[in-house]
Ligand binder design. Structure first.
Ligand code: ADP
Ligand code: ASP
Ligand code: MG
Length: 406
């Protein structure tokens, strides 16, 4: 008898028909003699609907109350799935994060799981009940409801699998595994049977939303056996491996893209360059992460810095910089939301200096102008105008995953 944590995302539970299909899948695992803990997202579209409602009331809604609102989505899906399983004659119980005892930090909207109490869950399993847990939520040490950030149900699942020492954490989604790039952008994308945890970390951090970044971090920390597979046609999917030096590594393992970027420019007159150190300190103080950064000569007479931040931080960063113009020695701040980041990821990049050259020349041949770039041992990233995102992804995928590279 094995213990599986099975997570189903929004599309997988997007309708009553889908909830019935998930109930069948879970019951099948149970009938094979295994224990199951299920973790669910809200039905697809629900979290967006709730956010839209909150924003109609206030463009920047109170963060504590927004978390109270958003967690209702998962409360609906877990109750419906429990009903569907009970109807099939199996014992099931839905539990909210607070009822399980999922303790988090107090950062509303981006809380981190600090501890999971497993007593209640173990009791349910001992009584042969299928426990159905609301993903994406927790409770801070003052009893407030928190959320883990968009896509956070993956993280609930992996952390639960670690706490329960599950035999496998299975992330069921709407694609049948991790691909060489988003299969919705490039139909030539290929499913990877295996991906190393380090590569998956890089892919997730650079925009491959198939796994929430924190879930991959948690998997790596606890060495959780982790698999991504389809809830529509379950098969072997993709297994995340921890053999960092294995032969599984290829030069480039994937192409990732992210639209969640904003380019911010802090400009001044030539004789008075803004103080980068102070800009960085202000961002750190407000928990805002700067990603790419470069010195610019934006308009002929203005010198300054351009950097990128996550679009969630856009309004806040502009507000902070604008109210500190004198302090950072700048004259004005501009932002550009029409940008996207496209990256090639691979553990083999560090040992193959040809990759960077191939990367840039492929984009240049297609006439795609790069606005900024950044590279590390395992990735090369560029910022491009958003309209070029798809073309850039397909161009890079063709460059690194053409038939001849197989
Ligand atoms: P869920 O609702 O199940 O959590 P998500 O939408 O968060 O699903 O993640 C699955 C989506 O991730 C896929 O539909 C696909 O468009 C996208 N995706 C992005 N990059 C990749 C990749 N490299 N491999 C597979 N899917 C990817
Ligand atoms: N429902 C949340 C979201 O849409 C969490 C998740 O699906 O993982 O982001
Ligand atoms: Mg997701």
């Amino acid at each position: 008898m094995a213990l599986f944590v099975q997570k189903f995302g929004g599309t997988s539970v997007g309708s009553l028909e889908r909830i019935e299909a998930v109930a069948e899948l879970v019951v099948k695992t149970r009938q094979q003699g295994h224990q199951v803990v299920v973790v669910l997202s809200a039905m697809s579209g629900e979290t967006n609907r709730l956010i839209d409602m909150a924003r109609q009331l206030d463009t920047r809604p109170n963060s504590r109350e927004l978390d109270v609102l958003l967690t209702t989505g998962e409360q609906v899906s877990v109750a419906l799935l429990a009903m569907a399983i009970i109807k099939r004659g199996h014992s099931a119980i839905s539990l909210l994060a607070d009822q399980v005892g999922i303790q988090t930090s107090n950062h509303f909207g981006k809380a981190q799981i600090e501890r999971i109490h497993t007593e209640r869950l173990k009791q349910e399993l001992e009584h042969n009940r299928i426990a159905i847990i609301a993903g994406f939520q927790g409770r801070d040490n003052e009893g407030n409801i928190t959320t883990l950030g968009r896509g956070g149900t993956d993280t609930t699942a992996v952390e639960l699998a670690a706490a329960l020492k599950a035999d496998e954490c299975q992330i069921f989604t709407d694609v049948d595994g991790v691909y060489t790039t988003d299969p919705r952008i490039d139909s030539n994308a290929r499913r990877l049977a295996y991906v190393t945890c380090a590569e998956m970390l890089a892919l997730a951090s650079l925009g491959a939303k198939v796994l929430h970044l924190r879930s991959v971090e948690a998997a790596g920390r606890h060495k959780v056996p982790l698999r991504v597979l389809s809830s529509f046609s379950p098969d072997a999917g993709t297994l995340i491996t921890y053999e960092e030096n294995s032969r599984l590594q290829s030069t480039v393992s994937g192409i990732a893209a992210s639209r969640d970027e904003v380019q911010v420019s802090v400009l001044s007159s030539t004789e008075n360059t803004p103080k980068l150190r102070l800009i960085e300190a202000l961002c750190t103080e407000h928990n805002i992460e700067i990603d790419m950064i470069t010195q610019t000569q934006q308009h002929s007479e203005k010198i300054g810095y351009a950097f990128t931040v996550h679009s969630n931080d856009h309004l806040q960063v502009i507000e902070i910089l604008q109210s500190n113009l004198g302090y950072i020695r700048a004259h004005h701040v501009e932002s550009n939301m029409g940008v996207a980041k496209v990256s090639a990821v691979g553990l083999g990049i560090k040992s193959n200096c040809g990759v960077t050259e191939q990367f840039f020349s492929a984009l240049a041949q297609e006439g795609i102008k790069t606005l900024m770039d950044a590279s590390s041992e395992i990735k090369v990233s560029v910022l491009v105008e958003e309209k070029y995102l798809e073309l850039a992804v397909r161009t890079l995928h063709a460059t690194f995953f053409s038939e001849s590279t197989e």
